[in-house]
Structure formats: C-alpha cells, structure tokens
Design a binder for this molecule. Structure first.
Ligand code: ATP
Ligand code: MG
Length: 377
C-alpha cells in the first residue's frame, strides 16, 4: 500500500489540498499576463501552488508556454543568465529536436558554445556561457518576449527562490537591469516566488527597490484547519484507516496548520495507526518529530546570542509587549532599545515573522520545542 501524505517536496494530485482561491487567482494572472510575486514563510506551499496551477492551465490552454526555473544555486548574474537561457529553451521545447531548433533559432547568436545531449531520453542542454560581454547577457533577458512574438504565444516565466538575486554582489544594479528589460515585455508574465520572506519583502515591498510595484503581490496563507480536517479524514479513509474529524482538527492545530508539518505529523500518525488513530498516537507522533529535530534546534540556539534566545522564549510564551519593563527584566532582554536589533537579527535568520505588530516564531515545531525544552524561566 502506498503511504499517504508527503512533505519536503512539491506536492500534487492526492497530496495537494485546497488552495482553490489562490489557484484561480494565479490562473487569472497567467491568462492576463500579470506579473506576480508570491511571498510566504518557508514551506507554506508556494512551489506546489505554482506547479499545480501550471499543470491545470496547460491542460486547457495551448497558447501559453511555461518556463520554470529555480535560481537557488546561482551566485551571480552570469549564472543567472546561464540558467535563464537554458531553462527558457527547455521550457519552450517539447522534444530534443525542437530544443535543437529553438536553441539554434534563439540563442546560437548569443551563446555559440551550445551542445545538446539526450542520454536517457531526457534531453538536456549545455551552454558554454562565457559572456563577459554585458549587452549579450542582457539580450538573454529578452528571450521570452522574442519567443512570444515569433511563436505568437504567451509566455509565463516562473522563477523559484527569486530572493537569491538579493545575495549577488551589486544586487541592486542587477535588479534594475532585470526590471528595465522585463517591464517592456508585453507578451510575457513573470511569476517570482521565494522562501526567505524578509528578502522577498526587500525586493518587492521597499519603495526604492526596482521591483516595487512590479505586479501583484500574493501573500500565501496557511491552509485552514477546516480544509485540513476534510483532507486528513479523506486520506485516512482512502487508505483503509480512520481518524475522526475532531482528532484531525487536533492534529493540524498541534502544528498551527503549517502545511509541511501537518503532512509530516499526519504521516507519522498514520504509520503508527493500525486501524483507528487516537490522541495518544498523535501525541506520540509529535514527540517523535520533536526528537528528530532536537539536534537541529540545539544548533540554532547555540548560534544565537543570549538575548536573542531569551527573545525567542518570550515570543514562544506569547509575550506581546516586549518593551514593557517587566518583560525586559523577566526575559533579560536589556534595554528596550535592544529589541529592534534583536528582532532584525532574528528576522534575517527567518526565525521569526512580523506581520504588523504581531510577532510569531516561523517554525511551529521550533516554538513547541522552545516551550518544552527551553522556557523554564
Ligand atoms: N496545497 C497543499 N496541500 C497539501 N500539502 C501542501 C500543500 N502545499 C504545501 N504542502 C505541504 O508543504 C510542503 C512544502 O510545500 P512547498 O515546497 O510547495 O512549499 P514552499 O513554500 O515552496 O517551500 P520553500 O519555502 O521551502 O520553498 C509540501 O511538501 C507539503 O508537505
Ligand atoms: Mg519552494
């Protein structure tokens, strides 16, 4: 029997739940060629949402070409250009032959060192990029528009881990270059999403940033507890086991409806269930998750200053007013002037998330761990 529930990878089909509103919003943006930035904390389902939406649109529309890339491993504009050219060619080609033709048509002029292999039926393109010459590099950025015009199709370019461009040296200059090209592309939409929320906000939310008002900003939310209930009850049932709705509610609540962790906890609980899941099984599964992450969390705590650790404890305990003198004293946070510095440092590490005045620990299991292991204050 297949083990249900999946985590740590892009989910689809049976493993994908809800997101009907977001899918339809994104779909509309694909069709209307509206540039979109998708922002959320880590592992809330950005990549899965884009993958699912592309799949569903592809089934119905053949006038849109999709180009997908993940730029996580790129460290500078040159590597970005190489990935961009390669993935664009692969995205618009349905076979090794068409890849060859497209590559000759569109990029041979830009990147003469071109080779294509088809070792196991999965064609791959290797580009010899030695573009010290920036006009050529910048021409690469116009490929999607050129392709759209020549093929008389729309092109949707999806770039995952887009926050990575903020890590390049001279990042601002590069962002200006991207924006100056992409904003002229009338037949292309850029869907830009990434996992480091604070960096994505620097790129899209700052008034002085080149990408400010580039398009729609979609702040992906978690999946609601009601949706999780339906999904969990359904998946247990489909696989010959059962969980009550009330227990499904409890399960998702333990991990604050966090998509990745609901899936993980559900799988741990499912594996421990012979026929009918119980509260004890869910609690036991949660403890196993905490145990497996213990070392990782110890390491994170070790890498922080004492005040940063104390601040995390305060957040985990539900403190809201960090500058209040009894909070400063109780959690040994120093003066209220320290709070901003501590907060910024923790946001940079993606350990906390600030929405308006509300501060949360990003990772709900880390929060539980802090409460259980650390807050004996
Ligand atoms: N719509 C969904 N239905 C069910 N589970 C989901 C859904 N979306 C995400 N998940 C769960 O969350 C996990 C992370 O999803 P995904 O990789 O798409 O998130 P992400 O926001 O792109 O993550 P990262 O920030 O690490 O790039 C998935 O492996 C799955 O367990
Ligand atoms: Mg992702």
């Amino acid at each position: 029997m297949n083990i249900p529930f999946a985590y740590g990878k892009i989910v689809e089909n049976n493993d994908f739940t809800d997101r009907t509103e977001e899918t339809s919003l994104l779909r509309n943006n694909f069709m209307s060629l509206t540039n979109t930035a998708i922002i959320s904390p880590r592992r809330w389902g950005k990549s899965s949402l884009v993958a699912k939406t592309i799949k569903s649109v592809k089934k119905e529309q053949d006038d849109i070409l999709f180009v997908k890339m993940n730029i996580f491993k790129t460290e500078n504009p040159q590597e970005f250009y190489a990935t961009f050219a390669k993935r664009t060619m692969e995205g618009i080609s349905s076979s090794a032959e068409s890849l060859l033709t497209n590559a000759k048509d569109f990029i041979a002029r830009l990147l003469p060192k071109l080779s294509i292999s088809d070792p196991i039926g999965q064609y791959e393109i290797a580009l010899g990029v030695d573009t010290k010459n920036s006009p050529i590099e910048e021409d690469i950025l116009d490929l999607p528009q050129q392709i759209a015009q020549r093929k008389k199709k729309k092109v949707v370019v999806c770039i995952d881990e887009f926050q990575q461009i903020g890590e390049y040296s001279d990042a601002l200059k590069f962002q200006k270059t991207l924006r100056s090209h992409w904003q002229t592309h009338s037949d292309v939409a850029y869907i830009l999403y990434g996992s480091k929320k604070h960096m994505m906000m620097n790129i899209f939310g700052e008034y002085n940033s080149p990408f400010y008002r580039f398009g729609d900003m979609m702040f992906l939310q978690k999946i609601s507890n009601d949706e999780w209930q339906k999904y969990l009850v359904g998946r247990f049932k489909d696989t010959g086991k059962s969980i009550t709705q009330a227990l499904a509610k409890y399960l998702a609540e333990q991990v604050e409806n966090h998509p990745y962790y609901v899936q993980q906890l559900a799988q741990y609980a499912w594996l421990r269930t012979t026929r009918t899941c119980s509260t004890a099984i869910v609690d036991n599964a949660l403890q196993a998750m905490l145990d497996s992450l213990n070392l990782q969390f110890v390491n994170i705590m070790d890498s922080l200053t004492e005040k940063q650790r104390n601040f995390l404890c305060a957040v985990s305990n539900g403190v809201k007013n960090f500058s209040a003198s009894d909070t400063l004293q109780r959690y040994k946070l120093g003066t209220s002037g320290n709070i901003r510095i501590i907060k910024e440092a923790l946001k940079k590490r993606d350990l906390i998330d600030e929405t308006g005045k509300d501060i949360q620990i990003q990772d709900p299991i880390f929060k539980l761990w802090i409460i259980r292991e650390y807050t004996k204050m």
